[in-house]
Design a protein around this ligand. Structure first.
Ligand code: PSV
Ligand code: MN
Length: 388
């Protein structure tokens, strides 16, 4: 098997973007629990995100969600983040919370509503100019609940037209990533339900339009690593929203529900050239921490991705190819499983220490007193959550 020393330089290249909304309160339709110290502003969310990077060295950027993270001065916000050692990353649009979007946004039958949704994305692009962000991420809540409710074919034509209008406004260094999700909030049909639909739209747009794969957005049992392989083959995998799920879009900590699936996904990412600084694939988290502590939840998440990346890098690809070519089914499977079952945690701890990072980032953060300090300081105001 490949040695840890051999893969260490590649581990140093890992960067995972954090979602600003992971630091705010979140919950289910039954209850949103508040927690002492939850940020009230985007500045406080960024400060919390910077903690994750300080203790892991893995999370140099933070994604914003507009209008939740709206400010007057985005260039100022960029400098504020830079002072804390992080960059502003992907800008997420939001066309799912205004009354006007009840029956759709970019797909809406009414051209006035469609234009409003397009204008929102143009504003997001202007924000990207100020923040220095590369990616505009579009996830649409558009869809219908009942057969016959909408003209699903007409909606595809309108979506294509709206996406063109947005794509045309991107700067030369900017990209559009289109996220798919098979259901929710719509329950009968969703306008971008699967990777194929997302692919069809981004392929029609051009080179700087790519697919965003959220690991929680598939039907149970879907072979996600196959989708990864296919999109990389087609040159259209733009980004990941990592999280894990037991049932639907649970948005739990990545690698918590099914570490083996995360390993298989990362193996295909590496195999397909989707890993490393020269790859077009952005690694992001899209999670909510409803009952667990948020900053440690994010620390645990990036460590889980790092750990499974290390295991995937350890796969002896030559031995695997030889076993596959020889028709050695069990041998090939064994090569993969040997890497998966390797406990890389002690080696990673040592490697972190050698780079001036805490060997155990979870323990180091807990011992820092940061959580207690912000809990004492952040009194009053409105804690951030969905919609704030
Ligand atoms: C809704 O499902 C969602 O979780 C999507 O995955 C987006 O990426 C995220 O919200 C932020 O808009
Ligand atoms: Mn997502």
């Amino acid at each position: 098997m490949t040695t840890f020393a051999a893969i260490a330089p590649q581990l140093a290249e890992q960067a995972i973007e954090l979602p600003s909304w992971a630091f705010g309160n979140s919950g289910t339709r039954f209850k949103v629990f508040g927690t002492p110290g939850t940020p009230r502003t985007i500045q406080e969310k960024i400060a919390d995100a910077a903690q994750v990077n300080t203790y892991t060295g893995l999370a140099p950027s933070v994604a914003l969600h507009i209008p939740w993270d709206k400010v007057d001065d985005y260039a100022g916000l960029r400098s504020y983040a830079a002072e804390l050692g992080v960059q502003l990353g992907t800008i997420n649009s939001n066309t799912f919370q205004d009354d006007v979007y009840k029956f759709g946004s970019l797909t809406h039958l009414d051209p006035v509503v469609r234009q409003r949704a397009i204008d929102h994305h143009v504003q997001c692009i202007e924000i990207m100019d100020a923040t220095g962000s590369r990616d505009l991420k579009i996830w649409l809540a558009d869809g219908t609940n009942y057969p016959g409710q909408g003209d699903i074919r007409g909606r595809q034509y309108r979506l294509a037209e709206s996406l063109h209008a947005i794509y045309d406004r991107l700067g030369p260094a900017q990209r559009l990533v289109l996220e798919y999700k098979f259901f929710e909030p719509a329950f009968y049909h969703t306008d971008v339900p699967d990777w194929g639909t997302s692919y069809a739209h981004v392929a029609a747009l051009g080179e700087r339009a790519l697919v965003c794969l959220d690991t929680g957005h598939h039907a149970p049992g879907t072979n996600i690593e196959f989708i990864v392989a296919q999109l990389l083959r087609l040159g259209k995998l733009g980004s990941f929203d990592f999280n894990s799920r037991f049932y639907a879009d649970d948005d739990l900590i990545v690698g918590a529900a099914d570490p083996f699936q995360l390993f298989r996904i990362l193996f295909e990412v590496i195999r397909g050239g989707g890993y490393g600084p020269d790859s077009p694939v952005a690694f992001m988290l899209d999670q909510c921490h409803n009952v667990e502590e948020k900053i440690p939840g994010q620390i645990r998440s990036v460590l889980n991705v790092q750990e499974m990346t290390a295991r995937a890098l350890l796969v002896d690809r030559d031995a695997l190819a030889a076993a596959q070519a020889a028709g050695d089914v069990l041998g090939a499977n064994g090569v993969l499983m040997d890497a998966f079952y390797t406990d890389v945690r002690p080696a990673l701890a040592q490697w972190r220490a050698s780079r001036g990072l805490p060997a155990d980032p979870m323990a180091a953060f807990a011992a820092s007193g940061y959580q207690e300090t912000v809990a004492a300081e952040r009194v009053g105001g409105t804690q951030a959550g969905w919609g704030a």
